[in-house]
Design a protein around this ligand. Structure first.
Ligand code: HEC
Length: 241
């Protein structure tokens, strides 16, 4: 019996390590996810403009933006609805899996749940660690995802982006050691990517916004309930003392 318990405990302790191992790279940059309406709107725009050419987010509909971010229907239709027939459509890319395979050597995966599977920090670091590679078909490679077949679509995302990506170091060749010196992420590019990843985080868990806005009310309710309970207790004990 004891052996069983020990085995289960060891398994539970080892799990996070295994999960990390599956994610690869340990040296990820960290970002705080921002679920504010402003950040999510900006992220949605970046996603639809720059990513949906190849990727879908099939579990997500533009209608969610209306409901969760308080955007007017006209606003969503005017600003975000390129190529989609209706706000009820799921975010589906025009590129098929087959085309992806032929054009890039790999199909661009659906990104609905990537924030859950990879984690926000992984996506954030991945997007900011593209480096040039003469041997790659599209000229790009990635420190977090070596041999990736996605081109660096963030290269001209902001004015400072080209200089940033041009300064990205090459990975070590065999035998070389020591930490790579990554350039500092310029502010505007950083903000764009953080908003984009925040949007992807929300797409992976759309109820998160409702939960966040409900949090303070739940706490207030608990405080009031605590106060009432305390007063009731005092009232009872007065007779006993
Ligand atoms: C030109 C097509 C193209 C565009 C545009 C594009 N991607 Fe990709 N992306 C790909 C392909 C192809 C892969 C698969 C790479 C592989 O497996 O080698 C990929 C992989 C990824 C992955 C890794 C997914 C995983 O879990 O393995 C993420 C994250 C990602 N893309 C995010 C983005 C974001 C965010 C944007 C918009 C800023 C974007 N992509 C724009 C083609 C594209």
């Amino acid at each position: 019996m004891k052996n069983w318990i020990a085995a289960i405990v060891t398994g539970l302790v080892a799990l996070p390590g295994l999960a990390l191992g599956a994610g690869g790279e340990a040296d990820l940059m960290h970002m705080e996810v921002d679920y504010s309406d402003e950040a999510l709107r900006d992220g949605a725009e970046t996603f639809i403009d720059n990513c949906m050419g190849c990727h879908s987010a099939e579990f997500f509909r533009l209608k969610n933006l209306e409901e969760d971010l308080g955007m007017a229907k006209e606003e969503v239709e005017d600003e975000l609805m390129y190529g989609l027939a209706s706000v009820n459509d799921h975010l589906e890319s025009a590129m098929t899996e087959d085309q992806g395979d032929r054009w890039f050597g790999a199909s661009a995966p659906d990104l609905s749940l990537t924030s859950r599977v990879r984690g926000e920090d992984w996506i954030y670091t991945y997007l900011l660690r593209f480096h040039s590679d003469e041997d790659a078909a599209n000229g790009w490679n990635n420190h977090v995802f070596p041999e990736v077949s996605m081109p660096n679509v963030l290269y001209s995302m902001t004015e400072e982006a080209p200089e940033y990506y041009d300064a990205m170091p090459q990975p070590h060749h065999d035998g070389e050691e020591g930490d790579l010196e990554y350039p500092e992420v310029p502010e505007k590019l950083d903000q764009k990517v953080q908003n984009l990843v925040s949007f992807m985080s929300y797409v992976g868990d759309p109820s998160v916004k409702a939960r966040h806005s409900m949090g303070p009310w739940v706490l207030l309710f608990l405080v009031i309930l605590g106060l009432v309970t305390y007063l009731v207790k005092k009232e009872y004990w007065r007779d006993i003392h």
